[in-house]
Design a protein around this ligand. Structure first.
Ligand SMILES: [Zn+2]
Length: 172
């Protein structure tokens, strides 16, 4: 088991743009995906939430996102396409700042284009929860954190205060 350290808010590694994988380096993806899996499961065990993780969060500046909800999905070199201008607001969270919630706005629907571990081209339609989750994770690949998308000066809260907050529960 390779549980990696998760970089925390303020670490310079979280603010850099990650490099895409080339097909010749596709063999390295499986190792990164395994570390992402182990780290996500360890976090979920400790904190009780966590659906997906991006490679920069464990200090790997490569364009790979790992999600595990009903089963594992690895997104290599993902590209998001926003399908509608319709947006919604929610309290977002992040494994890089486990105690903090941030009010953000996300697109309701989008489509993600990516390569899987066998280097097949794939697309997935995303709606609501999944849509905001993958927008959050793909932001990590561009060095953007949810705190940079805060709606206004009142858009920050400690997780301990979540019962007092209105509208759009954090999903983890
Ligand atoms: Zn995050």
């Amino acid at each position: 088991v390779a549980v990696r350290e998760i970089l925390l808010l303020g670490h310079p590694g979280l603010y850099q743009e990650s490099e895409p994988f080339s097909q010749s380096a596709a063999g390295d993806c499986a190792g990164v995906a395994r570390d992402l899996h182990d780290t996500l499961m360890d976090f979920r065990h400790k904190y009780g939430y966590g659906r997906a993780i991006a490679a920069p969060q464990i200090g790997v500046a490569r364009r790979i996102v790992y999600m595990n909800i009903d089963g594992p999905v690895t997104f290599i070199n993902p590209v998001l396409e926003h399908l509608s201008s319709e947006t919604f607001e929610l309290w977002d969270d992040c494994m890089c700042f486990p105690d903090l919630l941030v009010r953000v706005q996300r697109h309701r629907r989008c489509r993600i284009h990516y390569r899987d571990l066998q280097w097949n081209e794939r697309t997935m339609e995303l709606d609501g929860d999944l849509s905001e989750l993958l927008q959050h994770e793909c932001d990590h690949l561009d060095g953007i954190l949810a705190v940079s998308r805060a709606l206004d000066l009142r858009s920050f809260a400690l997780r301990s205060q979540r019962a007092l907050l209105g509208g759009g529960d954090p999903e983890g």
